[in-house]
Design a protein around this ligand. Structure first.
Ligand SMILES: Nc1ncnc2c1ncn2[C@@H]1O[C@H](COP(=O)(O)OP(=O)(O)OP(=O)(O)O)[C@@H](O)[C@H]1O
Ligand SMILES: [Mg+2]
Length: 378
């Protein structure tokens, strides 16, 4: 039987209960899952690697296969093809006692908390210890540091009916961490919470990630959750992995249409339909190019609208835009009509690229009356 170390003795990067400490936390290799009677694959040839210490976001619309994927990680579901390795050891072919031991390395929390209403907070947190066969004295010794870690030391004797949603999720987190796992799976863990409580739970998860070196897999349909704490993100769509990368890169430069539309509430990648419907695919006699400019890092601080006016004598007209901060780095997308660009367009594009901005001509707009007047006056 594996030794169970108390949470306070946990060292970041310590050897996990199973597998190798130098292997990635989770490797998903060509995972396919079909359910009897369900047409098509619910997960279709998904491969991804989650490194130790990552907070890894998996996003996708309802029915994309997120929960199924996370249930394959702890072998609550068996894949139809492919395999999952946790700390370098294949979990998909473990059963019985070997599987139970392996699962100690993987904690899980859920949207609806799954706390036992008939037990106190301390009683709920004691459950995994009881299942693991620890003595009463040992259990009594292990509970206080866990409650301390999740900020519930003062609620040890309270029943779930006396707790807020955020406090119930803290109980869920304490219980999931009891056996000192190296991975914590969170399936929509903040989806039932109000925005302020969500922030507090995310702060707790980030704190635990840093203090314990715990790898966190965060399944969510809430993009802001990913923006706020995930180091990397994968996007699932109809069971397929359509995008994967560092969170900032996926937010700044989404490659797939589904990721772009998913991110539209956070980053202004997509134009509002009323604006998009007015864009022309090709230039006409009285049109100006419409530029989509992505600002990242230092380039976000360049006064580019002023430069367009003074250096290029343009009449820029902003159609849509937003600047946000991701991992404390500015990220903005601005869509504007480069009024009066005409033959200056190539120079203008080179100038913007030289500032480190990513620019794309996404269409053309009929020249505004103001630009027409301005051009005629010159
Ligand atoms: N045990 C099952 N038997 C049959 N079909 C299933 C089973 N579990 C999931 N599915 C189907 O697989 C698809 C993916 O479900 P899953 O729960 O993984 O989606 P999800 O991305 O977590 O969605 P949500 O955001 O709504 O939680 C759905 O079409 C669902 O109906
Ligand atoms: Mg789900």
């Amino acid at each position: 039987m594996n030794a169970i170390v108390p949470i306070t003795e946990f060292q970041a990067g310590a050897t996990s209960a199973i597998g190798r400490a130098d292997a990635p936390a989770i490797q998903i290799e060509r995972l396919t899952k079909r359910f009897p009677g369900v047409a098509g694959a619910v997960l279709d040839d998904v491969s991804l690697t989650i490194d130790r210490g990552d907070i890894y976001g998996i996003i996708g619309r309802s029915g994309a296969g997120k929960s199924t994927l996370v249930r394959c990680i702890n072998a609550l579901e068996r894949p139809s093809a492919g395999r999952v390795l946790v700390s370098g050891r294949e979990i998909t072919n473990l059963y019985g006692r070997a599987l139970r031991t392996a699962r100690r390395d993987i904690g899980m929390i859920f949207q609806h908390f799954n706390v036992l209403s008939s037990s106190t907070v301390a009683g709920n947190v004691a459950l995994p210890f009881k299942v693991a066969g620890l003595s009463r004295a040992e259990i009594a010794r292990r509970i206080p540091p866990l409650l301390e870690l999740v900020g519930l030391a003062h609620k040890a004797d309270a029943y779930p009916s006396e707790l807020s949603g955020g406090q119930k999720q803290r109980v869920g987190i304490a219980r999931a961490l009891a056996l000192n796992p190296s991975v914590l799976l969170c399936d929509e863990a903040t989806s039932a919470l109000d925005p302020e409580t969500t922030e507090q739970i995310l702060a707790l998860l980030r704190d635990i990630n840093r203090k314990l070196g715990l790898t966190i897999v965060l399944i969510t349909h809430e993009m802001h959750v990913v923006r706020d704490i995930a180091t990397r993100v994968a996007v699932l769509d109809h069971g397929r992995l359509v995008e994967e990368g560092a969170t900032f890169d996926v937010l700044a430069f989404p490659k797939s249409r589904v990721a772009r539309s998913f991110l539209s509430g956070l980053v202004a990648h997509e134009l509002p339909p009323v604006v998009a419907s007015q864009l022309l695919p090709e230039p006409v006699a009285e049109s100006d190019p419409v530029l989509r400019i992505v600002f990242t890092g230092e380039a976000a601080h360049e006064p580019i609208v002023a430069a367009l006016v003074t250096q290029f004598q343009l009449q820029p007209n902003i159609l849509h835009g937003r600047i946000d901060y991701v991992a404390e780095r500015p990220l903005g997308v601005l869509t504007l009509v480069a009024g009066g660009a005409g033959a200056k367009l190539p120079d203008l594009l080179s100038y913007l690229a030289s500032l480190g901005l990513t620019v794309e001509v996404i269409g053309h707009a009929i020249r505004s009356a103001v630009t027409r007047r301005h051009s005629a006056a010159r």
